[in-house]
Ligand binder design. Sequence first.
Ligand code: RNT
Ligand code: ZN
Length: 416
Amino acid sequence: MSTQKAYELAKELYASIGVDTDKAIARLKEIPVSMHCWQGDDVRGFENPDGDLTGGIQTTGNYPGRATTIDELRADYSKATSLIPGKKRINLHAIYLDSNGEKVDRDKIEPKHFTSWVQWAKEQKIGMDFNSSCFSHPLSADGFTLSHHDDAIRAFWVEHSIRSREIAEYIGKEMGEPAVTNHWIPDGFKDIPVDRYGYRERLIDSYDKIFKNQKREYNLNAVESKVFGIGAESCTITSLEMCMGYAIKNNLLLTLDTGHFHPTEVVSDKISSALLFLDDILLHVSRPVRWDSDHVVIFDDELKAIAQEITRRNFDRRVHIGLDFFDASINRIAAWVIGTRNMQKALMYALLEPSEKLIQLELEGDYTSRLALLEELKSYPFAAVWDYYCESEGVPVRDGWLREVKQYEKDVLAKR
Ligand code: RNT
Ligand code: ZN
């Protein structure tokens, strides 16, 4: 059956429960997903690509064909985006600077190191987001950056973070829409600390210096919480309370990473609370497997629940969707395509709900109908709508994209 024909049937069926599939598609088209650059090269960047990845995060696997130059990363990234419908944004870390081979330390980075990225993003017709990089550096080797007890080291990371914020403001100004900049730090203790307060007090002092004079018209700053890291199992300085408290008080965004909580906690339950106190939040959609393992995002119940929390109450603009996974054991372009398309698929699934009707049933206390409808919706033909959307966006339908990735692997990746 043609994709078009399947869509017509699905459209009719959804219309019978009051869902307009054309409207759902139009809305999905406008929801950007920020695709992280770091899936393409195992979080190495171009400042010191042969250095170790530190900061309590880890990529495992050695699938061949990793991008090792800016040109390779850009080529791989645009191969991936050519297979993904809708609006995309590239999420860059500061260590992906283009310095023409010159060694530029973190406290010396400038907008000029990112002009070629801006140019490229414009050509690609994608948005841009940014991140400070407070890891994989000799001055973060003992596990502390913005909360460091050594004033000189702390000042180094404050300077790096201020420059990152300013670069992001330059990017937002150039691109004509604000960038979203995430500030994640690895700071934490392997063993039980005695002065948690002191470290957190210093972190606040650093944050105050970094965000003073922030220009929200060009860039939105976000602080990312985390429950633990490798080597920081007993205490992370950026706990949820720290980041949420600071964000509320200082008009920042809170970053909720799906891998940064205890295994039975879910981000889908946190979005509504955060949005009652904050204008915007940033998501790092990932897939933790027993720990913050950063597996590729799959189409699971929690992903759908996150999408539903966004769409049911029309938080499309207040929730900035970023992805954060890094799997080096499979084709990296496929990883991007699978994870990003799954995020969009989950949004499509959520947009095809009769949300108002469900909310009404809940208010009436008719939990029987609420459960019945939610369960029946699971076997409605949402895939026919998704396929039609892909076709109308000019990207491969269903697994058609895989052939292209395999071909690219043969033609390009295998020759690296
Ligand atoms: C680490 C955080 C952070 C990083 C990226 C590279 O635990 O999730 O977001 O994954 O910034
Ligand atoms: Zn993250």
